[in-house]
Design a protein around this ligand. Structure first.
Ligand SMILES: NC(=O)c1ccc[n+]([C@@H]2O[C@H](COP(=O)([O-])OP(=O)(O)OC[C@H]3O[C@@H](n4cnc5c(N)ncnc54)[C@H](O)[C@@H]3O)[C@@H](O)[C@H]2O)c1
Length: 389
């Protein structure tokens, strides 16, 4: 009936205004936003869309970057030659709100996220699709997106090897006390007792992997040749594999010499590594987190590092992001923190570009997305990783 009205009214403007209403009803009928978009196209012909993307500012001379305002992963020519309007933003808070009223698609990378909160989603009546240029869509209120039948898709697998390599590097950095050794080298010091007091081999240690999906499994595969014992906890993937043994969460936390986090940020994992869990880790153990900063409680971690209960912490993810200059993780003892870039290798950026273009092409051609990429569709969170309990 809604569609018949469009034809009778024959007004493009009314179609766009009624967009949110129709997507709402479609979600109640579990019709996906893509199917609905396809049906509309057949009735109305191709519609020009407004696509908004957030990228970090490009820097002169840093020409290899694809994920920045200058290159914008090649989307400017790609979208404009199809007749769409493409707007590139650099400031999430200041710029995004100006475009909520009439944007159809929003694109951002987890390294530099356009935070699509419930409030913003409610103010974006035309929004049909949120694309994550990478992996990890927790910057979107997935429940609100479901309720408004907005599709959420990401480029699953695009940077998993990059992150797995970074996590292995972090484990080595921590166990080998690299940060202190490097600091002395830079600062003109030569204090071997100080650096040697906490230097360990990786071999024979027990490494716990929290979240045994794509990245977690790649980490296990890469760690295995170091002759370590590997164990994992994952509510869905409870099977042992050739490299790792499934253990329950309490055992993972209390028996690992180092834990590395590879689960998404969900209501279940939000703030999970708080004082209680961190203090159940072995005295002198290490924690690596390349998943999401909010999984670890900011101040509880600092307290347990200061107390030397946790020997070291490394990772690239923070809360909030970009991390403020006075974020305590920048200065806490024995940290191997970096900015959020583990999944931003140039190889991964190229795969992200290819993946985002594939998602957009499928959307414009009314073809289904690849199953692996879908986080929210047809009014529900369909990714098992985001609903695991
Ligand atoms: N730092 C970066 O640049 C970067 C890049 C890519 C991904 N990531 C993060 O890494 C996460 C994992 O990526 P992936 O590709 O391996 O995803 P994935 O979906 O393949 O694997 C995630 C795994 O976590 C498990 N999981 C879900 N809830 C859990 C819980 N409560 N406890 C333990 N395990 C749980 C899932 O069952 C799944 O097996 C992403 O969601 C993202 O947040 C970070």
């Amino acid at each position: 009936m809604l569609f018949a009205n469009y034809v009778l009214n024959d007004s493009f403007k009314e179609v766009v205004c009624a967009n949110r209403i129709e997507y709402f009803f479609a979600s109640k009928m579990h019709i996906s936003s893509v199917t609905l978009h396809s049906f509309k196209n057949k009735l109305l012909g191709e519609i020009s869309m407004k696509i908004v993307a957030l990228f970090p500012e490009s820097v002169a001379g840093e020409d290899n970057q694809l994920l920045n305002t200058e290159r914008a992963i090649g989307l400017k020519p790609f979208l404009e030659e199809k007749g769409h309007e493409f707007v590139i933003l650099t400031d999430n808070e200041a710029d995004l709100d100006k475009h909520l009223a009439d944007m159809d698609i929003v694109i951002s990378a987890p390294f530099y996220s356009a935070y699509m909160t419930k409030e913003r989603i409610e103010k974006a009546p035309n929004l049909k699709l949120v694309i994550t240029a990478g992996v990890g869509s927790d910057h979107v209120d997935l429940q609100a997106a479901s309720e408004h039948n907005i599709g959420v898709v990401e480029v699953t697998g695009s940077n998993t090897i990059s992150v797995a390599e970074h996590a292995v590097m972090d484990l080595l950095i921590l166990l080998r006390n690299y940060e202190e050794g490097h600091r002395q080298a830079k600062d003109g010091e030569w204090n071997l007792s100080k650096v040697g007091n906490h230097v360990h081999e990786l071999q024979i240690k027990t490494i716990g992997i929290f979240g045994f999906g794509r990245i977690g499994q790649l980490v296990a595969e890469r760690l295995a040749p170091f002759n370590v014992t590997i164990q994992h906890y994952d509510p869905i993937n409870q099977k042992d594999n050739e490299h790792s043994t499934f253990v329950n969460f309490d055992e993972l936390v209390s028996t690992s010499d180092a834990v590395t986090i590879h689960a998404p940020l969900t209501p279940e994992t939000d703030n999970l590594f708080d004082y209680d869990v961190l203090s159940r880790m072995k005295v002198g153990s290490y924690l690596v987190n390349t998943a999401r900063g909010k999984i670890v409680n900011t101040n509880d971690l600092v307290e347990l590092l200061n107390a030397k209960h946790i020997q070291g912490y490394a990772g690239d993810v923070w809360y909030p992001q970009p991390a403020p200059a006075d974020h305590p993780w920048r200065t806490m003892p024995r940290n191997g923190m970096t900015v959020h870039y583990s999944g931003m290798t140039l190889e991964a950026q190229a795969r992200i570009e290819e993946g985002v273009k594939d998602i957009l092409t499928r959307f414009f051609n009314n073809e289904p997305f690849q199953d692996k990429d879908i986080i929210v569709d047809a009014g529900k969170i369909s990714s098992k990783s985001y609903t695991a309990k």
